[in-house]
Write a protein that binds this ligand. Structure first.
Ligand code: FAD
Ligand code: DHB
Length: 396
């Protein structure tokens, strides 16, 4: 039996950052992860950090590589009707964002945890959580699993469910204790990673009659590009040539001067899109953080950033509890997080609605979307709203 203060399920960004922040406060944790370290560190996912997330990494001592390799962006481009409009975060919100891939965030955090003697069980099988239901009970919660075919048990004061949308923690909470709010979108994104220098200094979000497209990047050598597709799109139907052809069409400018640089496609995949929130984000001695509690459609680039703000709130609540036995911040965890979560949900839904074609759309809806884009790019108030939400609302 292993004894610790906080048992953490999941070694994604939420679980590792929580473990790291707790360690800095002298609070012990053990992390249990279903996949291998290599799998977790190679998984291609998000790529954009709000300034607050990048600052949190730097202030907590895991920002060295981020500082060296992160690409600081001061705005984004919105492209529609073949015209390009810049939204300048610096002048509108005095903030920036940083391009830095999620797998590097995860690698930096796991390096830091392991270097500090932190315990992470990778490739854990049959993970389950028990005895967490009553916040005032003397019984301690447990995480059970098998590692190298051996049964293991962690006894802890609290459990943090950082195990993503398909994890085990949220479904372990008794039915009826949680309320789900969700929306599924009638499209997905087909994303590629290409060995091609990015064709733009900053991200381009393109509204087009063939569907949305996004040009992003991972480094000065690697582009990340997405096109709106069917939610159940068969990736085998998409040859590399077809993907590039679609990207050229959707990202084209009216004057034909802008060029998209192609390169070998290193990875491709389809992601479905949904909005999902569970309330409350806690039950007894179990706290849900990150994708375990909420999912956003990727258009606003909020998923990873919300995971970071959840665990910042949770780490502060644990710090307060272990320093002075004050339980109030823990009791208010969900309430504190949900205010920011819902604003990020609203923003992600709004960006998604403005930029994608919906199968119910008619000519009226298209004109309305174009009017919205025109307004956002011509009114300072509207572009400021976009800038302050995109670059990130305050963490607490
Ligand atoms: P996760 O990163 O999902 O980590 C959860 C961890 O828990 C995983 O390592 C998982 O293996 C582990 N786990 C699961 N079940 C168990 C179990 N039973 N026991 C133990 N461990 C378990 N966001 C963006 O902003 N932009 C993007 O482009 C973008 N692209 C995405 C593409 C995909 C395919 C997906 C799935 C998500 C994407 N996201 C994107 C969202 C973003 O990556 C997530 O919001 C972010 O990873 C949340 O971090 P997390 O730590 O909460 O969850
Ligand atoms: C990326 C993904 C997003 O969803 C987004 O809005 C911006 C960038 C990316 O993967 O780089």
């Amino acid at each position: 039996m292993i004894r610790t203060q906080v048992g953490i399920v999941g070694a994604g960004p939420a679980g590792l950052l929580l473990s790291h922040l707790l360690h800095l406060q002298g609070i012990e944790s053990v992390v249990v992860e279903a996949r291998s370290r290599q799998y977790v560190e190679e998984r291609v996912r998000a790529g954009l950090l709000e300034q607050g997330t990048a600052d949190l990494m730097a202030e907590s001592g895991v920002g060295e590589r981020l500082k060296r390799e992160g690409l600081v962006h001061h705005g984004i481009y919105l492209r529609f009707g073949g015209e390009t409009h810049h939204i300048d975060f610096k002048s509108l919100a005095n903030r920036c964002v940083v391009i830095y891939p999620q797998n590097k965030v995860v690698a930096d955090l796991s390096d830091a945890r392991l270097a500090a003697g932190g315990r992470i069980f990778y490739e854990a099988d049959d993970v389950s959580v028990q005895d967490f239901g009553d916040a005032n009970s003397q019984t301690r919660p447990r995480i059970r699993f098998r590692a190298n075919a051996q049964p293991q048990e962690i006894e802890c004061d609290y459990i943090a469910g950082c195990d993503g949308f398909h994890g085990v923690c949220r479904p372990s909470i008794p039915e009826g204790a949680l309320t789900v709010y969700d929306r599924i979108y009638p499209f997905g994104w087909l994303g590629i990673l290409a060995e091609a220098p990015p064709s733009s200094d900053e991200l381009i979000y393109a509204y087009h009659e063939r569907g949305f497209a996004l040009l992003s990047m991972r480094s000065p050598e690697i582009s990340r590009l997405y096109v709106q597709c069917a939610p159940d799109e068969d990736i085998h139907e998409w040859s590399d040539a077809r993907i590039w052809d679609e990207l050229h069409k959707r990202l084209a400018t009216a004057d034909g001067k802008w060029k998209l640089t192609e390169g070998p496609i290193l990875q491709k995949g389809v992601t479905g899109m949904r909005s999902f929130v569970v309330e409350p984000m806690q039950h007894g001695k179990l706290f849900l953080a990150g994708d375990a509690a909420h999912i956003v459609p990727p258009t606003g680039a909020k998923g990873l950033n919300l995971a970071a703000s959840d665990v910042l709130v949770l780490s502060r609540a644990f710090t307060e509890f272990y320093a002075s036995e004050r339980k109030e911040p823990l009791e208010n965890y969900s309430k504190t997080c949900l205010r920011r979560v819902w604003k990020a949900q609203r923003f992600s839904w709004w960006m998604t609605s403005m930029l994608h074609l919906f199968n119910t759309d008619n000519a009226f809806d298209r004109r309305r979307q174009l009017a919205e884009l025109d307004y956002v790019t011509s009114s300072r108030a509207a572009s400021q709203t976009l800038a302050e939400n995109y670059a990130g609302l305050p963490m607490e």
